[in-house]
Design a protein around this ligand. Structure first.
Ligand code: ZN
Ligand code: ZN
Length: 381
């Protein structure tokens, strides 16, 4: 009897073991990124899901792109979805905004749910090697001012440092692809020759607040705790704090609101005082005043207009071109009036892609080249 019971017990354990092993294996998802294979487990899914769904929203949609970015992909060209030996290939830019991760091996594409066996990801990006990222700007600023901020090296070789001032020109939503288009159209006479041009990558998700967190912390979104829109504060050190700690001042000239908290900086909100629908002219005049009155060690000037117009009318639209020309004129003037001994750093937070059949004709936030490709322009005065 005792022996029978122990056999029964072993059988129970064995079946439990087999059952859990089977169900576990069934939950896993094989993801092949280029030629590298990873097994995505329930634990990995949970970790990403809880990290992104910070507010514990019931109806939260988790973009599948988080899985790709977590595994080092900056741009996705296409994905091949394999379900019951049937493979379907999608161009990522066509489904990026409507593809969600429902569970470990369940994904939703355009409202349709799939239980998949394997996902093959073809990564993309610039046609040439690009080492720079928005996360280099903080280290670059510290190097230029001769102060310490973390261990990271910007990768830029600066001559004539330290400088007295660093000025950031933050061109919202005017990414690499949009910049190149404007150069070809001949509507960028000033910015196209503003300084040394370095192609660069944004971070995921390429949205203003998350990129600002990466800009200020010098850390990727996977490292700085701001991995989703809606978080407004850093819980890691910021370059603004580092500048302040070295007994210097920081000035931020913003539009009508701040996309992120800048504790320790003097913030000038420009607003749309003349009611012309844009804050850029007011940001411009505040920047000129600051240049004339004497700028502190670090100044950030944030032009929002290209992004705003791009959302409403679409990037490359006629309205967008008019706005690009206007910003280029303002930038031309500001660069001429830069105080001596200044490093100017010109960069966008992200790019933008065209949207069809929506209330907005432009948007950003996906792992596609339009949104993720950026640049950093350096000019020393
Ligand atoms: Zn933005
Ligand atoms: Zn935007």
């Amino acid at each position: 009897m005792r022996r029978f019971r122990s056999i029964l017990l072993s059988l129970t354990f064995l079946s439990l073991f087999l059952f859990s092993a089977c169900s576990h294996a069934g939950d896993d998802l094989i993801v092949k990124i280029d030629q590298q294979e990873i097994t995505v487990t329930r634990e990995m899914y949970r970790e990403i899901e809880t990290g992104v769904n910070v507010d514990d929203e019931k109806d939260y949609d988790l973009p599948l792109e988080y899985l790709f970015y977590q595994n080092g992909v900056k741009v996705v060209d296409s994905v091949k979805v394999i379900q019951d030996d049937i493979a379907t290939t999608y161009v990522w830019r066509e489904i990026a905004g409507s593809t969600y991760w429902r569970n470990v091996s369940q994904i939703e594409i355009d409202g349709q749910l799939y239980s998949i066996d394997q996902l093959n990801v073809q990564s993309g990006g610039f046609d040439f090697a690009v080492d720079h990222s928005i996360t280099d700007v903080a280290a670059l600023t510290a190097e230029a001012l001769g102060i310490s901020f973390g261990d990271k090296n910007s990768g830029f070789a600066l001559s004539a440092v330290p400088v007295e001032h660093v000025v950031w020109f933050f061109l919202d939503g005017f990414g690499y692809e949009q910049f190149q288009f404007a150069v070809q159209e001949g509507i960028l006479p000033n910015l196209s020759v503003a300084g040394d041009f370095y192609p660069s990558y944004s971070i995921y998700p390429p949205r203003t607040s998350t990129v600002t967190a990466a800009l200020l912390s010098g850390l990727d979104s996977t490292q700085n705790g701001v991995w989703v829109s809606g978080i407004r504060s850093l819980n890691v050190p910021s370059i603004i704090d580092a500048v302040k700690d070295s007994a210097r001042e920081v000035l931020v000239i913003e539009g009508s609101s701040t996309p992120f908290n800048y504790p320790n900086a003097e913030v000038v909100l420009s607003g749309d005082r003349d009611g012309d629908g844009s804050t850029d002219d007011n940001v411009f005049s505040h920047a000129r005043e600051a240049f004339q009155g004497g700028i502190p060690s670090l100044t950030m000037i944030h032009f929002h207009g290209i992004d705003d117009v791009g959302h409403t009318y679409g990037p490359y639209s006629e309205e967008w071109r008019v706005k690009v020309k206007e910003i280029d004129q303002m930038m031309g003037q500001l660069l001429q009036e830069l105080p001596a001994n200044t490093l100017a750093v010109i960069f966008p937070d992200h790019g933008m892609h065209t949207v069809v059949g929506d209330s907005e004709l432009g948007n950003h936030g996906n792992l596609i080249l339009d949104d993720m490709s950026t640049y950093i322009i350096l000019r020393t005065e």
